[in-house]
Design a protein around this ligand. Sequence first.
Ligand code: SAM
Ligand code: SF4
Length: 463
Amino acid sequence: MSGARKVYIKSFGCQMNVYDSNRMADMLAPEGYAETASPEDADLIILNTCHIREKAAEKVYSELGRMRLIKQAAARDGRLVTVAVAGCVAQAEGAEIVRRAPSVDLVVGPQSYHRLPGLLAQVHRGERAIDTEFPIEDKFDALPAPSREATRRRGVSAFVTVQEGCDKFCTFCVVPYTRGAETSRPVDKIVTEAQHLAEAGVREVTLIGQNVNAYHGEGPDGRAWTLGQLLHRIADVPGIARLRYTTSHPGDMEASLIAAHRDLPALMPHLHLPVQSGSDRILAAMNRRHTRADYLNVIARVRDAQPAIAFSSDFIVGFPGETDDDFDATLSLVEEVGYAGAYSFKYSARPGTPAAELADQVTDDVKAERLQRLQRSIDRHQAGFNQRCRGQTFDVLFERMGRHPGQIVGRSAYLQPVQVMADAAIIGEIAPVTITDLSTNSLFGTLARPVEAREPLLMQAGG
Ligand code: SAM
Ligand code: SF4
């Protein structure tokens, strides 16, 4: 197949969807599809969807309304546009999507997107294509390596999926149903992917998985390796200067992973460790498999290994049966840990999950009030953390040009955006910056010494 066809891919939800969208683009490139940022120009529109909360899932249907109009306008010009829904809504609601949005030609679940070329051929034959299987073949084996050009366009920081699915079955969560059972990719394949990324100029790799620290992929010695071992191996890849991993379950913070925070300079001192609630009663009802004390114990052990560590977390407010006392326990946990940042959500009942069946659902008013209080507390801690950076000098990885001429944006070890005035040639470099000022979301600073850039990597402004 050849020709200058265009694909527009929009990602909703988590980092794994961003990674999957890139891999879908890699898969379609040899089929003659170039990526476009505008759905109006596209011959193929893919919405890569998220099902984690009701709001996220509903967003897809409103976006599909917009895509239907684009498809109709193209048809009036004699142009055929294919609309595809991928990701977790596709997995969970395949038939419902087609019923509610007849303009959808193709539905593909997160485990079968390597079959996209075949599914598109089906659509071009005039059939509707739906594939929401959990195939036995490994989708990663079928995916081509991203081109050097695509990798450079995507930037100096990249995600690599190392683990997928989840066996934890928290009672509020759809992930075990939409992404399936926990699986880990073999070490060699991950290393090869990291090498390709590094050769194209990537400096920072974030290993991702729904439950990334449950990683147990096959190592070159035939044994199951831990995430700690894998991090050590990736740190040896020439060019990779920074490592991160997300998202972790507190119950899987095993010893080799905690030790990596002490022993691996490339591993950034920032850990996203979702807790969801500070109340033992609610943690048990959520089937989180850890108590508040277990969680605090993990935090203490990681802090012991790496005193510079900063933590972030996820919280759910208004889980069924959550009382004022339970919520107060969450607030007190935020005080006790002192997070550098956190995401917080109102509990959203998801069809098919055990918690959705519980009788004592919390009213939306109560959830909204608790969310506001929790976010105020998290914001206060985050602002304090950022304030303490003023006057400090620390390393920043420069990622892209900023909104204003001459401005370059990078990230600190703690993922804070840092803006400096500098030459674009420093994109891809790591250099010390002295923080002089801050706004709500960014730090501003000056380069602490002149930087000698290697090969320049020019990225798009924005974001
Ligand atoms: N695997 C991770 C963990 O164990 O925490 C994160 C999974 S999920 C993609 C990201 C976050 O969404 C969760 O940590 C949780 O806070 C939130 N979440 C998941 N299900 C939810 C629900 N039904 N209602 C509200 N928030 C939810
Ligand atoms: Fe969902 Fe995370 Fe719990 Fe797995 S561990 S069920 S992904 S919240």
